[in-house]
Design a protein around this ligand. Structure first.
Ligand code: ADP
Length: 168
């Protein structure tokens, strides 16, 4: 009988968008367990702290019993080895993602040949969706209800001083 497969989906998730959630839902259907891992030292300047990002993600994924959320410091491959995980999931949007993702996947494979990266292609409607766009629209007071889940709308409204302004 085959062993259950746990996959890890690492990222900044600053904050999680409907594009990420689409990848999460499909990965959770494909693998037995899915661990979402928020990078604590991604090098990007973040709007939300890693703990805030974990908390928001936990609220968003509570509907999927086989999905858990954690955070990690340092090299992904080290963390992946610590957890005994062999599968990394990443999402691909436009061709522009490919070059960067290819580099990371190859670097990770060199450091950890026992770990495979699985790419899931975005669903068409999320092709141009990124955390940056969601933050920018929210900052300018736009409606992000089609782009990000409710906990994110709430957190962004609070962050940009629009408490109580979350869309229904
Ligand atoms: P990172 O800083 O590690 O790139 P992100 O939170 O921006 O973290 O993204 C995490 C992963 O999710 C990356 O593989 C990214 O390409 C993917 N991703 C981000 N937005 C989308 C989207 N709209 N559709 C599919 N994949 C996405």
């Amino acid at each position: 009988m085959s062993q259950p497969i746990t996959a890890i989906y690492p990222g900044s998730f600053d904050p999680v968008t409907n594009g990420h959630l689409d990848i999460i839902e499909r990965a959770a259907r494909t693998f037995d367990q899915l661990v979402i891992a928020v990078g604590r030292n991604s090098g990007k300047s973040a709007l939300f702290t890693p703990d805030e990002r974990v908390e928001i993600l936990r609220e968003c994924v509570s509907v999927w019993p086989n999905v858990s959320v954690t955070s990690f410091d340092g090299l992904l491959v080290k963390f992946v080895h610590e957890l005994g995980i062999r599968v990394v999931v990443r999402g691909l949007r436009a061709v522009s993602d490919f070059e960067f993702e290819f580099q990371i996947a190859l670097a990770n494979r060199q450091m950890a040949p026992d770990v495979e990266t699985f790419f899931l292609m975005t669903s068409g409607e999320f092709l141009y969706l990124s955390s940056s766009i969601v933050k920018e629209i929210a900052r300018l007071g736009g409606d992000i209800s089609a782009l990000a889940p409710e906990p994110v709308q709430r957190a962004l409204n609070a962050r940009f001083g629009r408490e109580g302004a979350a869309s229904p």
